[in-house]
Design a protein around this ligand. Structure first.
Ligand code: NAD
Ligand code: UDP
Length: 338
C-alpha cells in the first residue's frame, strides 16, 4: 500500500514525507513545483536512505491523478497541495479558488472513481475567522474568514463534510494547523519561501543572515501580554508526526473529523524575537510598524481533542523550534539554492 502526498515537495509536505518514509511507508508525491523545488525530496531521500516516487504534475489534472491511482495501490491521500499566501489571495482570488477548491474537487472525484476513501486534508486555524475565542476548540464556530485563502480552506472543509455524509465509505480528517515553524533537526530540509517572507520566523531568520535589514513588528498596541500579536507556533516535525497519528486513526473515523494541530501555548512577537536571538546569538534589529490588516490579536489551540482521539501532542518547545530554524537558515542562507 502506498500513500499519495500532494504538495509533498513543499515545506510541511517534505517533512511529512520524511516521517512517512521513516515509518516504512511507500510514498508517491504529486507536486507542480509552483512553490517548491525537487531538491527538497532529494534531501529527504538522502536523510532516510529511501526513495520517493515523484510526479511533476497538478492536482487539477484529472488524467495525471488517474494515472497515479491506476499505477499504484493508494491507501491514503495526504493533501497539502495548494496556495497559501494570504495577501496574494486577496489580489488574485480566482487563482486561489482554482487551486485550493477546484483542485481539491478534481482530486476527490478521482479518489472516488479509484475507490480511494481515506484522506487527510491540510486545513488551517484560519477557518475559525473572527468568530471564535481563544483557546480555539474544534467545536468553536467557523466562518467569518477575512481573506480568500481562509475562505478556500473553509469551503473545502464544507465540501469534505458533504461528501462524507453522502458517501459513507469516506474517512476524512481535516487538520487545522496553527503556525508551523522550524525545520528537520539535520538542517537539510526546511522552509524556503519565495521572495520576501510574509511569516514571522522566516523573516527573522533572513534578517539574521543579512538578507533583510530589520524586522518590522506589525503593531505593539494589541490587548496581549506585551502588545504584540500572540500565536501558537508548532514545530514542523511535530506537525509531521500529527499526520502519522491521523493516518493511524483514519480507520476509526466514520465520515469527517477536524482536529487542531497546535501546542496550546501562545507566544508574542517579542517573545519569538528574544528566543531566536538566544538560539542564534545574533541581535535582530527591528522597528514597530502599524498593525497589518486582517491580523488577529491572539490565536492559540485547545489541543485536548487531538490528544484524546489521535493520541498525539506536540513535544518540541520554543527553544527547539528556534534551534532548528537557525540550523536550517545558517546552513542554507539562500534556501535550496545555497
Ligand atoms: P508549500 O507552498 O511549501 O507547499 C505546498 C506545495 O503544493 C508546494 O510544493 C506547491 O508547489 C504545491 N502545489 C501548489 N498548488 C499545486 C497544484 N495545483 N498541484 C500540485 N501541487 C501544487 O506550503 P506549506 O506551508 O507546506 O503548506 C502545505 C499546506 O498546508 C497548504 O495547503 C497550506 O495552505 C496548509 N497550511 C499551511 C500553513 C503554513 O503556515 N505553512 C498553515 C496552515 C495550513
Ligand atoms: N508579524 C510581524 N512581522 C512580520 C511578520 C509577522 O510582526 O514581518 C507578526 C504578525 O502580526 C502576527 C505574528 O507575527 O502577530 C505571526 O504572523 P505570521 O504571518 O507568521 O502568521 P499569521 O499571522 O498567519 O498567524
Amino acid at each position: 500500500m502506498t500513500v499519495l502526498v500532494t504538495g509533498g515537495a513543499g515545506y510541511i509536505g517534505s517533512h511529512t514525507v520524511l516521517a512517512l518514509l521513516e515509518q516504512g511507508e511507500q510514498v508517491v508525491v504529486l507536486d507542480n513545483l509552483s512553490n517548491s523545488v525537487v531538491e527538497s525530496l532529494r534531501r529527504v531521500e538522502q536523510l532516510t536512505g529511501r526513495s520517493v516516487t515523484f510526479y511533476h504534475g497538478d492536482i487539477r489534472n484529472a488524467a495525471c491523478l488517474d494515472e497515479i491511482f491506476t499505477q499504484y495501490h493508494i491507501s491514503t491521500v495526504i493533501h497539502f497541495a495548494g496556495l497559501k499566501a494570504v495577501g496574494e489571495s486577496v489580489s488574485n482570488p480566482l487563482e486561489y479558488y482554482q487551486n485550493n477548491v477546484a483542485g481539491t474537487l478534481t482530486l476527490l472525484q478521482q479518489m472516488q472513481q479509484a475507490k480511494v476513501y481515506r484522506l487527510i486534508f491540510s486545513s488551517s486555524a484560519t477557518v475559525y475567522g473572527t468568530n471564535a475565542t481563544v483557546p480555539y476548540t474544534e467545536s468553536a464556530p467557523v466562518g467569518a474568514t477575512t481573506n480568500p485563502y481562509g475562505t478556500s480552506k473553509l469551503m473545502v472543509e464544507q465540501v469534505l463534510q458533504d461528501l462524507a455524509r453522502a458517501e459513507p465509505h469516506f474517512s476524512i480528517i481535516a487538520l487545522r494547523y496553527f503556525n508551523p515553524v522550524g525545520a528537520h533537526e539535520s538542517g537539510l530540509i526546511g522552509e524556503d519561501p519565495n521572495g520576501i517572507p510574509n511569516n514571522l520566523l522566516p523573516y527573522i531568520s533572513q534578517v539574521a543572515v543579512g538578507k533583510l535589514a530589520r524586522l518590522g513588528i506589525f503593531g505593539d498596541d494589541y490587548p496581549t501580554k506585551d502588545g504584540t500579536g500572540v500565536r501558537d507556533y508548532i514545530h514542523v516535525m511535530d506537525l509531521a508526526e500529527g499526520h502519522l497519528a491521523a493516518m493511524r486513526s483514519l480507520p476509526r473515523v466514520n465520515g469527517f473529523k477536524a482536529y487542531n494541530l497546535g501546542t496550546g501555548v501562545g507566544y508574542s512577537v517579542f517573545e519569538m524575537l528574544r528566543a531566536f536571538e538566544k538560539a542564534s546569538g545574533i541581535t535582530i534589529p527591528y522597528q514597530v510598524l502599524p498593525r497589518r490588516a486582517g491580523d488577529l490579536a491572539a490565536c492559540w489551540a485547545d489541543t485536548t481533542l487531538a490528544k484524546q482521539e489521535l493520541g498525539w501532542k506536540a513535544v518540541r518547545g520554543i527553544d527547539v523550534m528556534m534551534r532548528d530554524t537557525w540550523n536550517w537558515q545558517r546552513q542554507n542562507p539562500q534556501g535550496y539554492q545555497s
